[in-house]
Design a protein around this ligand. Sequence first.
Ligand SMILES: NC(=O)c1ccc[n+]([C@@H]2O[C@H](COP(=O)([O-])OP(=O)(O)OC[C@H]3O[C@@H](n4cnc5c(N)ncnc54)[C@H](O)[C@@H]3O)[C@@H](O)[C@H]2O)c1
Ligand SMILES: [Zn+2]
Ligand SMILES: [Zn+2]
Length: 375
Amino acid sequence: MKTKAAILWEPNTPWSVEEIELDAPKPGEVLVELHASGLCHSDEHFVTGDLAGMAADPPGIGGHEGAGVVLEVGAGVTSVQAGDHVVFSFIPACGHCPSCAAGHSNLCDLAGVTTTGMQLSDSTSRHHAANGRDLALAIGALGTFAHHTVVHEASCIAIDNTVPLNRACLFGCGVVTGWGSAVYSADVRPGDFVAVVGCGGVGMNSVQGARLAGARAIAAIDPVAFKRETAVMFGATHTFSSIDDALRALSDVTWNRGFDRVIMAMGVGNGDALGQAFRLGGKRSKIVVTNIHPMSEKSIAIPAVMLTGYEKQIIGSLFGSANPRKDIPQLLELWTQGQLELDGLVTREYPLEGINDGYADMIAGKNIRGVLKYV
Ligand SMILES: NC(=O)c1ccc[n+]([C@@H]2O[C@H](COP(=O)([O-])OP(=O)(O)OC[C@H]3O[C@@H](n4cnc5c(N)ncnc54)[C@H](O)[C@@H]3O)[C@@H](O)[C@H]2O)c1
Ligand SMILES: [Zn+2]
Ligand SMILES: [Zn+2]
């Protein structure tokens, strides 16, 4: 079939929305009509090359935060059927590799296979440009910047079909990543002092995760005033425009103890900022690194003696250390019960053709999350 997709042909060039040829799903695969896709910062890393090695190489179709309706399934697919509403998990969850079996499906062995951008089942492509060239799928082997895509069954999480898909898409990355960074990776406990550095589509969900986990103070640190104001609506008790400002107020905010949990969710991670944020942490604090540092960065600057002296921990977090098959439905239920805020996360919606405007708005700090809405 023919459909439309946003293709990145070369690093650091605009997305090009073009008609593509999409093959039928092969065994184990699912054809989905996408209704919406969030504009996560990670696809911008695909554009700049910061994610080289963890994402496919261009040319490729972007997008990994999508939701839609199953149109057709290939032979052997049992967990979803035509008509089901699905959210894609940007890390597939096969259910039976050692990580999945151990309850860490955010580290599913299939994640490594997604970095080729080819189909997980046979390492070939179902997506072809008008000039006949095979197209990779930039992140997670998904290709959600398109009206239709074909993905592996392991990437599909069936959801209740009453949830609006232009909100459900956020569960494919931003909501679960941010929430899980606070609730699972940082393990925020009642009474904790929490700092969130960077309050965009991911960090804002760390703020609401920390609130629901019972944090007593949540400091939202972001240079953009609109992000700080929005963070207060999501549960922040203090706001600062820089880590330096937060360091100056550290003793007041944390009763002289330092933050128990620090979550790094800036647009682009960097070692100097991490070194500075490390100073926000108190005794036995956990500093969670969710934001992506450029692949080219080889060192971080921290006073390691404080790692020992205060028993601080620096923890990496992928997809919020969550289990998509459990956490996506559960978080959707929390939203249904009014405990999780979604509408305030979506600042603007765009058609597929508006993708470059959407990313320009993200970089200009105008969006908590921009969402491409197709239907
Ligand atoms: N680990 C994972 O599984 C995972 C998943 C999704 C996204 N990410 C990464 O998380 C990061 C955040 O993604 P996003 O979609 O929320 O990005 P975003 O662009 O929506 O938000 C980033 C925020 O950081 C703020 N910021 C920039 N510089 C800052 C600084 N020096 N101090 C404090 N705040 C600063 C920006 O104003 C913005 O509000 C990105 O690096 C993204 O690639 C990681
Ligand atoms: Zn993402
Ligand atoms: Zn697995």
